[in-house]
Write a protein that binds this ligand. Structure first.
Ligand code: CA
Length: 224
């Protein structure tokens, strides 16, 4: 799981980053709003934690910019109480949660875990490659007209690869985005899920869509 932390107080930022790292999250830090907004819009984060008062660009402005380009990434706002009292409109801007400063790390961690457990918000999104389609909301996978049943994990893995179509995704990246932090990175979980996925979606006469790139990882594409 990759998290972006936008926080100008260096001590707090450092403390949160170190604490989250011990929980196996990967954390990027931005110390002002402009940089935060830029990183948020140019990287693929699983979650964004954003302070309210920031240099160059305040939290709400940052949120607004992020939401113009990314409707789905969960955002938690950090703020002192008075800011929240006057800014209930944060939720209207598309913030998912907020936490009042000061807070204990365990509290932040609980909020993060709760948010990441929620299914992602999406507009009825259909992913498509060749004649394979995934209706993300309905968890419905089809190859041509044939419906394919798969486990939740297989579905997340396939979704993730299709969203990154044409790009080689390393085992580490897949582990970070599709598996939770407690997964054993050295187990053969990914391989066995890939094998199952291939078996399910490679119906007779259909094009191979999942490619192994030796020593680097996997990619979904129409050709190798
Ligand atoms: Ca601040």
């Amino acid at each position: 799981m990759r998290i972006l932390l936008i926080e100008d107080e260096k001590d707090i930022a450092e403390f949160i980053k170190i604490s989250l790292s011990t929980e196996f999250y990967t954390v990027d830090v931005a110390y002002d709003g402009e940089r935060g907004s830029f990183l948020a819009r140019t990287n693929d984060y699983d979650l964004i934690i954003c302070d309210y008062i920031l240099p160059l660009q305040n939290g709400p402005e940052v949120v607004k910019e992020i939401r113009q380009e990314n409707q789905h990434v969960p955002i938690i706002i950090l703020s002192v109480k008075s800011e929240i009292d006057t800014k209930i409109n944060l939720f209207n801007l598309g913030v998912d949660d907020y936490l009042t400063k000061p807070f204990r790390f365990e509290e932040l961690l609980a909020h993060i875990k709760a948010i990441l457990r929620r299914p992602l918000k999406r507009d009825n999104q259909v992913l498509k490659i060749d004649d394979l389609t995934i209706d993300v909301d309905k968890h419905l996978v089809k190859r041509g007209r044939q419906t394919i049943t798969m486990t939740r994990k297989e579905l997340s893995l396939l979704e993730y690869l299709i969203k990154n179509r044409g790009r080689v995704m390393s085992r580490t990246t897949i582990m970070e985005h599709v598996w939770d932090a407690n997964a054993d990175p050295f187990s053969n979980t990914i391989e066995s899920h890939i094998t199952n996925l291939r078996r399910k979606i490679n119906l007779p006469g259909k094009k191979e869509l999942i490619h192994t790139v030796s020593g680097r990882g996997y990619k979904v594409d129409l050709k190798k």
